[in-house]
Write a protein that binds this ligand. Structure first.
Ligand SMILES: Cc1cc2nc3c(=O)[nH]c(=O)nc-3n(C[C@H](O)[C@H](O)[C@H](O)COP(=O)(O)OP(=O)(O)OC[C@H]3O[C@@H](n4cnc5c(N)ncnc54)[C@H](O)[C@@H]3O)c2cc1C
Length: 144
């Protein structure tokens, strides 16, 4: 079977893509993990998500899960190991399996390299990678 669209990533980007594709009656497969996005869940206060002026990452993730469920969108909780362009379609290597899709959306996010001691421990508690998201939390404070 060949899917219309393969979507890799269950962060806000992948979920938006899956919802939009599904309501347009596309046959989709969504890869990611059941907890959606480690990054999103770590956000203790999100103030720039349209329509939700103050929401935690956890609340947003739970609402996104409900939205997926309401549209019967399932998450295939597997890692996509490689992507091959086959001309008219894409072949995704998932473990030993090959999955085919006519179009592919990569919404895998980015991973920052951790260069500081104890950096991981303080993500969301002072360490931030997004000035437009988090600068307002540090108003009037010394930052580096
Ligand atoms: C502490 C913290 C606070 C933040 N606060 C804000 C904020 O207030 N406002 C704001 O706008 N942004 C904020 N951000 C940033 C925001 O979380 C990210 O910009 C957003 O999550 C990016 O979404 P995304 O869908 O592009 O990718 P991600 O959320 O990173 O999701 C990528 C997904 O792809 C999956 N994936 C990756 N590779 C594969 C693969 N090979 N196979 C299968 N799945 C794969 C991952 O498991 C993950 O589920 C914050 C981030 C952090 C860490």
């Amino acid at each position: 079977m060949r899917y219309d669209i393969g979507i890799v990533g269950t962060g806000p980007a992948g979920i938006s893509a899956a919802i939009t594709a599904k309501i347009r009656n596309k046959n989709i497969i969504l890869f990611g993990n059941k907890d959606l996005s480690e990054k999103m869940v770590k956000a203790h206060s999100i103030k720039n998500y349209t329509g939700l002026p103050n929401v935690t990452g956890n609340e947003l993730a739970n609402d996104m899960k409900k939205h997926l469920e309401s549209l019967d969108i399932e998450i295939t909780d597997k890692k996509v190991n490689a992507v091959y362009s086959m001309g008219k379609y894409f072949a995704l290597q998932v473990g030993k399996e090959m999955i085919e899709c006519s179009s592919l959306i990569l919404a895998t996010g980015v991973i920052q390299s951790k260069t500081l001691k104890n950096e991981d421990e303080f993500v969301g508690k002072g360490v931030s990678y997004c000035a437009t998201c988090d600068a307002h939390f540090c108003k009037g404070k010394d930052v580096g």
